[in-house]
Ligand binder design. Structure first.
Ligand code: CMC
Length: 446
């Protein structure tokens, strides 16, 4: 990167007045900027007029210090390890609520009354089937396609089948699109799985809960009766709650950016799924399991910890570290407890893997490198172990994340569409390429 040409200093921060003055000694200029407080978390400096007033942009790759929007949905205090949805702590929601209620809360801002909950569940149930013609789509994919590849394609294709819910300016159509996306995602995910193992698609059953229905579509076969296990259904529901939303992460920001141009909600959620797929984001739960299998035995933990610390080795401890959490991810605590419950229920062969994960966590949390950089287990560290014990192949892990996160994406997309300050997302850049030069015809080039 280029060296700084001059420095600007924040000469005065007036908390009482809610403003900040930026001075640039080189030019002698000074500019006042407003500071907006949030209900929780840091205040923000309003830089919207910065370019117009000063001719300067801000530079913040990865948005480490940039609030891209105003939101009332989810709050994270990364230092304290706090996650609130509409003000409610994630631990309380995971223990006392259920996924349908959390969906309602994220979308509407308040917990539902019994009548509202029943109506919402009915609306979701009503939309669980896929247009029959969509089933042909699956048959176009190779049998060994990654289910995330199928998800990206099939979810994007929803806009080709549900034309009556793509007008983003019609609140009714927006609501129907919300319901369709939340309702159809388990069906789409389960069908991706069934296709990959060559079993017949299983249609949704409306009398089952959201989590039970997903397990039924994934694990039942037409030839047999299927009774969802209540411990596994509860664990599935909790996994969905823990992944439901996480403020302005990469995939959610992708959904908002795609939607800022006025694209339809199905296309925007497909963009979010693509972003989630990466190993630094939703793909990490798959990577954790592969890492644990590669480590194989607790005697090899120190070797892998050393590799994670080695700057010349690209290996990172998967499931550790987070852009926002500089403390234990509160979702990981719930996930670890859930992991014990599931493995106890199944008497699973995955017990040694859980023991290995816990030993890895213990050693890493005592290691100076991880302590100093505040790297703690994140939600993905334990989720893979539960999912594998429940019978999901690793390739389905990120698919489950996408299914759960759909409600968060949809809630954030709706908030953006309804925000009067919303503009098309169009960041600027620090240009360091060639300055203007004249075109040289090919016969004059050496
Ligand atoms: N193992 C070893 N070192 C790490 C790790 C790790 N897992 N994570 C961060 N570091 C180091 C990193 O090398 C850097 O060191 P230095 O300051 O010496 O250059 C420092 O810690 C800060 O890391 P960063 O990469 O600058 O931080 P970031 O906020 O850009 O990245 C992260 C956050 C989650 C991408 C990263 O911690 C990571 O790659 N973790 C492993 C993948 C993972 O578990 N992802 C799931 C995230 S939670 C679920 C989700 O949101 O999707």
């Amino acid at each position: 990167m280029t060296q700084p040409s001059s420095t600007a200093t924040a000469a005065a921060l007036d908390e009482g007045n809610g403003s900040m003055t930026l001075s640039a000694p080189a030019s002698g200029g000074s500019w006042d900027m407003q500071i907006f407080p949030g209900t929780e978390g840091p205040s923000v400096i309003d830089v919207r007029r910065l370019y117009a007033d000063t001719g300067l942009f801000t530079y913040d790759p990865g948005f480490t210090s940039t609030a891209s929007c105003e939101s009332k949905i989810t709050f994270i205090d990364g230092d304290e390890g706090v996650l609130l949805h509409r003000g409610y702590p994630i631990e309380q929601l995971a223990e006392q609520s259920d996924f349908m209620e959390v969906c309602y809360l994220l979308l509407h801002g308040e917990l539902p009354s019994p009548k509202q909950k029943q109506e919402f569940e009915h609306a979701i149930t009503y939309h669980t089937m896929l247009h029959e013609q969509m089933l042909n789509f699956y048959r176009g994919f190779r049998r060994d396609s990654h289910p995330m590849a199928i998800m990206c394609g099939v979810v994007g294709a929803l806009s080709a089948f549900y034309h009556d819910s793509t007008d983003i300016n019609d609140p009714y159509q927006r609501m129907v699109a919300q319901h369709r996306l939340i309702a159809k995602m388990p069906t789409i995910a389960a069908m991706a799985f069934k296709y990959s193992i060559g079993q017949p698609f299983v249609y949704p059953r409306n009398k089952l809960s959201y989590a039970e229905n997903f397990l039924h579509m994934t694990f039942s076969v037409p030839a047999e009766d299927y009774q969802p296990n209540p411990v596994l259904s509860r664990a599935m529901d909790r996994i969905l709650i823990l992944h439901a939303d996480h403020e302005q992460n990469a995939s959610t920001s992708t959904v908002r950016i795609a939607g800022s141009s006025g694209a339809n909600p199905f296309a925007c959620i497909a963009a979010g799924i693509a972003s989630l797929w990466g190993p630094a984001h939703g793909g990490a739960n798959e990577a954790v399991l592969m890492m644990l299998e590669e480590i194989g035995h607790k005697d090899r933990i120190t070797e892998f910890i050393a590799r994670a610390k080695d700057k010349n080795d690209p290996f990172r401890l998967m499931g550790f570290g987070h852009r926002v959490y500089k403390n234990y991810d509160p979702r990981a605590t719930v996930m670890r407890k859930s992991c014990h419950e599931v493995l106890d229920e199944l008497g699973s062969r995955d017990e040694p893997l859980l023991a290995l994960a816990m030993e890895l966590e213990r050693i890493a949390l005592e290691d100076e490198y991880f302590v100093e950089k505040k790297l703690y287990p994140n939600v993905d560290f334990y989720s893979g172990i539960i999912l594998r014990a429940m019978g999901f192949p690793t390739s389905m892990f990120t698919v489950l994340f996408a299914m759960a996160r759909t409600v968060g994406w949809v809630a954030q997309w709706t908030e953006m569409i309804e925000d009067p300050n919303q503009k098309i997302s169009r960041p600027r850049q620090l240009y360091t390429g060639p300055v203007r030069r004249e075109y040289l015809p090919i016969d004059q080039r050496s």
